[in-house]
Write a protein of this length. Structure first.
Length: 90
């Protein structure tokens, strides 16, 4: 059992260390070249097309937000009812 735990720790570190280094290098590059990246993206984007697509997709976004709020409210109500049931049964 001890061998499995050691293997899990070594395997996790073997994955975490290179990806952490890659993330730090990426952030350093992005920070140094942020102005160039922003100007390139701005020049490539068709803002009229983005606005047109966004206006066509807003009902989907609204539906996702409403659905997430509904799920959250159901979970909160169920948790509150569960606590009330536990206190009355004890």
């Amino acid at each position: 059992m001890r061998k499995v735990q050691l293997f899990a720790v070594v395997f996790t570190l073997a994955l975490a260390i290179p990806f952490t280094a890659l993330a730090l290098i990426g952030i350093a590059y992005f920070t140094d070249h942020m102005a160039e990246i922003a100007s390139t993206v701005t020049a490539m984007v068709n803002w009229r097309g983005v606005a047109l697509e966004g206006s066509a997709r807003w009902p989907e976004l609204a539906g996702m937000i409403v659905g997430q709020l509904l799920i959250l409210s159901i979970l909160l109500i169920a948790r509150r009812n569960g606590r009330a049931d536990e206190s009355t049964s004890a």
